[in-house]
Ligand binder design. Sequence first.
Ligand SMILES: Cc1ncc(COP(=O)(O)O)c(C=O)c1O
Length: 365
Amino acid sequence: MIRVRSDVRSIAPYRPGRPIAEVAREYGFDPSDIVKLASNESPVPPVRQAIAAMVEEVGSINRYPDNDCHDLRHGLATHLQVDADQVWIGGGSSELLRVISTALGGAGTTAVYPWPSFVVYRLATVLAGATPREVPLTDRHEHDLAAMRAAVDDSTTVVVLCNPNNPTGAHLSSEAVTAFVESLPDDVLVVVDEAYYEYVTADDYETAVTLALTRPNVIVTRTFSKVYGLAGLRIGYAIARSETITELRKAQAPFSVTSVGQVGALASLDAADEIARRAQDNASERSRLESVFADLGLEYAPSQANFVYLRLGSSTEETAEAFIRHGVILRPFGDGWVRVSVGSVAENDRFLAALHLEGDRLGAS
Ligand SMILES: Cc1ncc(COP(=O)(O)O)c(C=O)c1O
């Protein structure tokens, strides 16, 4: 028997949203008839400029990528109005979360983050040899900042805020984030995960980039996997003070960001109008879904992201299975809660048609 670390052995394998091809095989559907609303992906492909840039780059992938991601860092620096050495690129923001945990983890350290939230926080913490301190969300599905603050002690090296939170879509106001950061010792790194930043419409929401540029113990992570439609490319970035990035980056594997990823992400930055339109489309479809849930008397968490967390019946697995039989893949959580990603108008229509058919059985009136 190989001697896998006991903490690694204790990890439940990551369960992604079920892939379309797998569901098609198992249920005998045509893949084009399946609607996947399980992984918070963009319902539309990458922008035209990104596809063209990536196709051109493919012919050069006999070479290793630029390990410093020079062009993309400078492009993002202009886009974000920060310095290029305040931008750090990763193979997905998940890679950056892993690297941060590795750099700050180790035996005897703890990481504090909300729960339920993005499962990578748990994986990254355990893999770093640190101990997770998972702080339950409030009854309103929001971060419990007072409880999170109370969970921090001398062993804590990192705290994660997921803003807005996956899977509940709840956001933190900029005042709340600032007050929370200011309440912490300055040797505790606060990661503000803004993977869904572009979708937020709440007036009291603001990015934590300004905090990250003024405080060495704050870092903001973002991704090209959501509104930019580049989930398959694995590319994300972080913004922090350069001295913070320099230290954390030592734990990153060389060449983890592909050259195709770098050019695809850079070219996407030229499509600001199209990206803004996509965010608006998401907001209007998100409101449409939420008003149907309200009309049906379903319990749901008002969302600022590209998904909605709602309760359908009492058995989550049964609900997910019922929707799969209609060709709609949702993401099951627990206690009857599922997360549905906001898709295209046609995809959401398919989901709503299935909801109306299943509604009575699942507790919708
Ligand atoms: C909160 C949150 N952070 C980060 C990510 C990961 O993004 P990436 O594809 O950049 O690794 C996700 C993806 O679902 C997420 O929900």
